[in-house]
Design a protein around this ligand. Structure first.
Ligand code: G3P
Length: 199
């Protein structure tokens, strides 16, 4: 019962839409109605500037990091840690406070895997950053990160985390379906060409 309660609590905490709060308070813009319509760090940075984007990134990352660190402190069960991990990402993506809508899960996924398998998270982030730098597309980097996570889990001695990695990767790819369509059509916005943020 306590385990189920903690998983539900994780979902609830991760549902909190930090990006929406940061953008509304920080620059008076509702990210659900501007830019990519996403409440994540990329859109907050696009609309409100890099500093508020980084703040959103850190807060969304913490929503994943903290519950999984707690789960690992509570038990050695990889199944429980995997369920908490997925609950955090699902909470961010399908927020109870946003009527089932939410972000695309990348920052929270980084947080959960930093807590569960730090080497996996760091290498996946390195691959993500490299792709963003070369391509100019944050979404392309995010998709590479998503695919890299379960693959790295398999190759870096974390096979028990592969199922959770596959679920998280699938959810991130699903949430990026519009980005994928834009990338394929050559219409995705490069971060290099982002308009100046609102004052
Ligand atoms: O992590 C989200 C990023 O990959 C894409 O964000 O706002 O350009 O759809 P956005």
């Amino acid at each position: 019962m306590a385990a189920i309660g903690f998983i539900l609590l994780t979902y609830l905490v991760a549902s909190f839409p930090f990006g929406l709060l940061v953008a509304l308070v920080g620059c008076g813009i509702d990210p659900r109605r501007a830019g990519s319509l996403n409440t994540g760090a990329t859109n907050v940075a696009r609309l409100c500037g890099t500093r508020l984007g980084v703040l959103t990134l850190l807060l969304d990352l913490a929503k994943g990091l903290v519950p999984v660190l707690c789960a690992r402190a509570m038990t050695d069960s990889v199944v429980f840690v995997s369920l908490v991990l997925v609950a955090a990402v699902v909470g961010h993506m399908f927020s109870v406070f946003l009527y089932g809508r939410g972000g695309k899960g990348v920052a929270t996924a980084i947080g959960v895997f930093l807590a569960a398998a730090p080497a996996v998270a760091l290498l996946a982030v390195a691959a993500c950053v490299a792709v963003i730098r070369v391509s100019g597309y944050v979404s392309a980097g995010s998709l590479v990160l998503a695919v890299a996570v379960p693959v790295l889990c398999a190759f870096l001695g974390q096979p028990a985390l592969v199922p959770a990695g596959v679920v998280v990767a699938g959810l991130i790819i699903y949430k990026h379906r519009d980005n994928i369509a834009r990338l394929r059509a050559g219409q995705e916005k490069s971060w290099r060409k982002s308009p100046a943020p609102a004052a």
